[in-house]
Design a protein around this ligand. Structure first.
Ligand SMILES: Cc1cc2nc3c(=O)[nH]c(=O)nc-3n(C[C@H](O)[C@H](O)[C@H](O)COP(=O)(O)OP(=O)(O)OC[C@H]3O[C@@H](n4cnc5c(N)ncnc54)[C@H](O)[C@@H]3O)c2cc1C
Ligand code: FES
Length: 253
């Protein structure tokens, strides 16, 4: 078997593209060279004439076929949405660190499109026989992507699962499941709440952060956040030092 560690992908061919919810799409990209991708890592896609590449978490990776779940937001995602099977995509990655998987009872929290890296993480935990519960929150049932193995669903409008924001259920979930570690991805407020509860209940939390990115390789400093290391507040780039950080080390704004 060839060594796929630390290798980078540079080109891929669209193998499949489909609409999976009211506002999100799944694209499968057959990479020219299969690489190993850890849960939490992302790839960066050149979107037609746009100067800045757009970052996307890896959702699935089957023998070099990388799946991405994306929500249409602006010009970049509109371009990706317009791709057809057989088109060639200029894609580089994987980038970033990853979730640091521990053999501990795990609570996985995903909100909105943040379920993508969490679903990939769950796949890895399941493969390693690590006990886990995946809880996910969405605005409505129309935003719940198919083919994701979620244990507990929350929707703001109650159209599927429990009614209300997942934020309001986080503490109850922690009390019920009694996790030893929590992994999360989603909007800033969800991640901050997870981090705060981790501190309150003395549970390790790992959160995958999102920042608008330019270079994706730690050079431009455009994605910097503040973190606490050895008691001091220092800068960290989400693209290179992250996107996954310990919740209790992030200086939440
Ligand atoms: C590490 C990482 C992983 C990501 N993984 C995914 C993923 O799996 N699926 C997915 O759909 N999206 C993901 N994103 C967000 C994705 O990169 C943006 O949605 C995308 O760049 C938007 O490009 P656009 O040209 O369509 O929109 P733009 O025209 O660039 O922006 C449209 C709107 O989206 C906002 N926006 C742009 N980038 C981001 C961002 N990074 N975070 C929050 N809001 C943003 C802008 O402020 C603006 O309001 C990820 C971002 C990061 C940093
Ligand atoms: S995007 Fe350039 S340093 Fe992170």
């Amino acid at each position: 078997m060839s060594d796929t560690k630390n290798k980078k992908i540079y080109k891929a061919k669209v193998a499949a593209i489909e609409k999976v919810t009211q506002s999100s799409f799944y694209i499968e990209l057959k990479c020219e060279n299969p690489v190993e991708v850890k849960a939490g890592q992302f790839v960066s896609i050149y979107c037609g004439g746009l100067t800045l590449r757009r970052p996307f978490s890896v959702f699935t990776n089957n023998n070099g076929n990388i799946g991405i779940l994306f929500k249409e937001r602006g010009k970049g995602t509109e371009y990706i949405k317009s791709l057809k099977v057989g088109d060639i995509v200029d894609l580089i990655g994987p980038f970033g660190n990853s979730f640091d998987i521990k053999n501990k009872k795990s609570l996985l929290i995903g909100a909105g499109i943040g379920v993508a890296p969490i679903s990939y993480l769950k796949e890895k935990l399941d493969k390693n026989g690590i006990t886990n519960t995946f809880a996910a929150g969405f605005l409505t049932k129309n935003e719940v992507p198919q083919k994701i193995n979620i244990d507990k669903i929350y929707t703001d409008d109650g159209s599927i699962g429990e009614k209300g924001s997942i934020i309001d259920y986080l503490e109850k979930l922690i009390q019920e499941i009694d996790p030893e570690i929590i992994y999360a991805c989603g909007p800033h407020i969800v991640l901050k709440t997870v981090a705060d509860l981790g501190i309150k209940y003395n549970i390790e939390t790992q959160v995958a952060m999102e920042k608008v990115m330019a270079c994706s390789i730690g050079v431009c400093r455009g994605c910097v956040i503040d973190v606490i290391k050895d008691g001091k507040t220092v800068n960290a780039s989400v693209c290179k030092d992250g996107p996954v950080f310990k919740g209790n080390e992030v200086v939440w704004q």
